[in-house]
Ligand binder design. Structure first.
Ligand code: PRP
Ligand code: URA
Length: 209
């Protein structure tokens, strides 16, 4: 699929395997989600715009590249996306952070929006939307719809685990969005959970049930 980048770095794969383990507790789970977000973010942000600026080294003055343009916007999909934010701000401390609140209806599995606040001017920023899980793709697709309605243009979406069903829905609805996937899993089960997956990401990050 065009615009889909599936990670193959052994460090990312190793950490995802640790996440999957049901014996991994909340504290370790949170740390792993953050570390994976940093490793994936490094790849997802490789085309950030740069411009040459003048710097005086101890030896001489030179023109050398620095990140250019409006500051990056990181947009976690609440709740579980919050767990990835610090992993990205470790790389880009000046990033602005927006929030989109969506929850899946437990019966229909369709997303419902309850919050949306994005940094202005959103249309001039690279926007990195983060959510650990892409299951049916309903939440991510709707989040990107909202961001585009608010004027967002250069959008990237990053998830740790995706189901084929969700990836297909997302890329069909938003073929212009660059998608970064930590691992592409086998399928969804009848409750729309990813198999083998890691269970409920929000519950495992926040220690709820
Ligand atoms: C989870 C996950 C995604 C969504 C993925 O959130 O963090 O946002 O499900 O499923 P989908 O691709 O089928 O839409 P959930 O709705 O459980 O909310 P939470 O993060 O508040 O727990
Ligand atoms: N949301 C999760 O947190 N996990 C899944 O497997 C599917 C949706």
């Amino acid at each position: 699929m065009e615009n889909v980048n599936i990670m193959d770095h052994p460090l990312i794969q190793h950490k995802i395997s640790m996440l999957r383990d049901k014996n991994t507790g909340t504290n370790e789970f949170r740390t792993l989600v953050e570390e994976i977000a940093t490793l994936m973010g490094f790849e997802a942000l490789r085309d950030l715009p740069v411009e040459d600026v003048e710097i005086e080294t101890p030896i001489e003055t030179c023109m050398t590249p620095m990140i250019a343009g409006k500051k990056l916007a990181i947009v976690p999909i609440l709740r579980a996306g919050l767990g990835m934010v610090e992993g990205i701000t470790n790389l880009v401390p000046s990033a602005k952070i927006g929030h989109i609140g969506l929850y899946r209806d437990p019966v229909t599995h369709e997303p419902h929006e309850y919050y949306c606040k994005l940094p202005d001017p959103i249309e001039q920023r690279t926007i990195l939307v983060v959510d650990p899980m892409l299951a049916t793709g309903g939440s991510a697709t709707e989040a990107l719809d909202f961001i585009k309605e608010h004027g967002g243009k250069k959008i990237k979406f990053m998830c740790i685990i995706a189901a084929p069903e969700g990836l297909e829905r997302l890329t069909k609805a938003h073929p212009d969005v660059q998608v970064y996937v930590g691992h592409l899993d086998r399928e969804l089960n009848e409750d729309a959970y990813i198999c083998p997956g890691l269970g409920d990401a929000g519950d495992r990050i926040f220690g709820t049930k």
